[in-house]
Write a protein that binds this ligand. Structure first.
Ligand SMILES: Nc1nc2c(ncn2[C@@H]2O[C@H](COP(=O)(O)OP(=O)(O)OP(=O)(O)O)[C@@H](O)[C@H]2O)c(=O)[nH]1
Ligand SMILES: [Mg+2]
Length: 309
C-alpha cells in the first residue's frame, strides 16, 4: 500500500457548441459573481481546466472549447484522453439558437458514444441554457421541444436542467453536478438530517461558498419562503465581515427575522452552512440562541473532520 495519502479526484466535462455559455457558467459558479448583460464573448481555445475542492474531493472541470475544429478533435483523435475517467458530463445547449440544434445534437450523440466507451458510469447532465432570453409564455414549450429533441435515440439516463446565469437556476444545477461528482450528497446528507432532527431547523443547506447547494433534504433544503438570492445576500454580508477580520479563516453570522433565527457559517474548506430555526419552536424547547450557535459550530467541526478523514 502506498504511504502517500491518496486524494480523491473527479473529472467533469463541460461540452457544447461555441457561445452556448460554458465558460460563463464556470466563471459564475466558481466566482459567485453574476456577469453583466453585455459581457463580451471570448472563445475558449482548446480547453481550460479549473480545479475545485468540494467536500474533500478535488474536481477538475474541463471547459472544452466549442468551435467545430475543437469539437471534432475532442470527439476524434483526442477522444480517449478527453472521455476517460469522467465522472460527470455537462452538455450545454443555447435555448435561443434553434438553428444550431441539430449540430448540437450531432456532437451530443458523438460525445455520448465516446462516453459509453471510455466512462460508461458517468452521469450526464443537459443544461438547456440562457432561459432568460425566452419569452415567459414560451418557456415550457421551448424546454420540452429541446429536451425531446436531444433525448431522441439516447439510451443513457440524462438529467435535465433549465438554466440561466442571471438567476439561481445555474447554482442549483451546478450544485447537483458538484454533489454528484464529489460524492458529497451521500456523505453530507445523513449528517445534515441528523442535525435537523436534533435541533428543529426548518431550513438547512450546505452550499459551496459561492452559493451552489450540495444537499437535498426534503422540504428543508429547497426554500420557498426565502430565495437562493436572499441566501446569497446573507453570504455577501459574511464575506464582507470575513474581509474585515484579519486572520479569521472561518466565520459565522447570526441574523434574525420576525419568525426565524438564521445562522450561517463559512468553513475554511470552502463550504458554507445555512440554517433557519423557527423562533416559536426555540421558545417551546427553551433553547437559547448562544447554545444553538454552539451546536452549529459543533456541527461544522464534525463536518470538517469527516471531510478531512
Ligand atoms: N442571456 C444570456 N447570455 C449568456 C448566458 N450565459 C452566457 N451568456 C453569454 O453567452 C456568450 C458566450 O458565452 P461563453 O461562456 O464565452 O461561451 P462558450 O460556450 O464558453 O463558448 P466557446 O468557448 O467558444 O465554446 C457570452 O456573451 C455570455 O455573456 C445566459 O444564461 N443568458
Ligand atoms: Mg468558452
Amino acid at each position: 500500500m502506498s504511504y502517500l495519502a491518496r486524494k480523491k479526484t473527479s473529472k467533469i466535462l463541460i461540452l457544447g457548441l461555441a457561445q452556448s455559455g460554458k465558460s460563463t457558467i464556470i466563471r459564475v459558479v466558481t466566482e459567485g459573481k453574476i456577469p453583466s448583460k453585455e459581457e463580451p464573448y471570448h472563445a475558449t481555445i482548446d480547453y481550460e481546466r479549473k480545479q475545485k475542492v468540494i467536500a474533500g474531493t478535488e474536481l477538475t472541470i474541463f471547459d472544452l472549447g466549442g468551435q467545430t475544429a475543437f469539437l471534432d478533435r475532442f470527439t476524434g483523435e483526442l477522444s480517449e484522453f478527453i472521455f476517460s475517467g469522467v465522472k460527470s458530463l455537462v452538455f450545454v445547449v443555447d435555448s435561443i439558437e434553434i438553428k444550431d440544434i441539430s449540430r448540437a445534437k450531432y456532437y451530443l450523440d458523438l460525445s455520448l458514444k465516446k462516453l459509453s466507451q471510455f466512462s460508461p458510469e458517468a452521469t450526464i447532465f443537459i443544461f438547456q441554457h440562457k432561459t432568460d432570453l425566452i419569452p415567459k409564455k414560451l418557456k415550457d414549450e421551448v424546454k420540452k421541444t429541446i429536451n425531446d429533441y436531444l433525448s431522441s435515440g439516447v439510451t443513457q439516463k440524462m438529467k435535465y436542467f433549465s438554466t440561466s446565469v442571471f438567476d439561481d437556476s445555474i447554482f442549483r444545477a451546478m450544485g447537483d453536478v458538484y454533489a454528484e461528482a464529489s460524492g458529497a450528497r451521500k456523505t453530507l446528507r445523513p449528517l445534515l438530517e441528523t442535525f435537523i432532527r436534533h435541533n428543529g431547523a426548518d431550513m438547512a443547506q450546505i452550499f459551496t461558498k459561492e452559493g451552489a447547494p450540495l444537499t437535498k433534504v426534503k422540504e428543508i433544503s429547497r426554500f420557498e419562503h426565502i430565495t437562493l438570492s436572499e441566501v446569497k445576500n446573507f453570504f455577501d454580508a459574511v464575506v464582507e465581515r470575513l474581509a474585515d477580520s484579519e486572520n479569521q479563516k472561518s466565520t459565522s453570522i447570526l441574523v434574525e427575522s420576525d419568525r426565524r433565527v438564521f445562522i450561517i457559517r463559512f468553513m475554511e474548506s470552502g463550504l458554507a452552512l445555512f440554517f433557519g430555526f423557527p423562533k416559536d419552536l426555540l421558545r417551546e424547547k427553551n433553547e437559547q440562541i448562544p447554545s444553538l450557535y454552539n451546536k452549529v459550530l459543533a456541527f461544522s467541526s464534525q463536518l470538517k473532520s469527516m471531510i478531512e478523514s
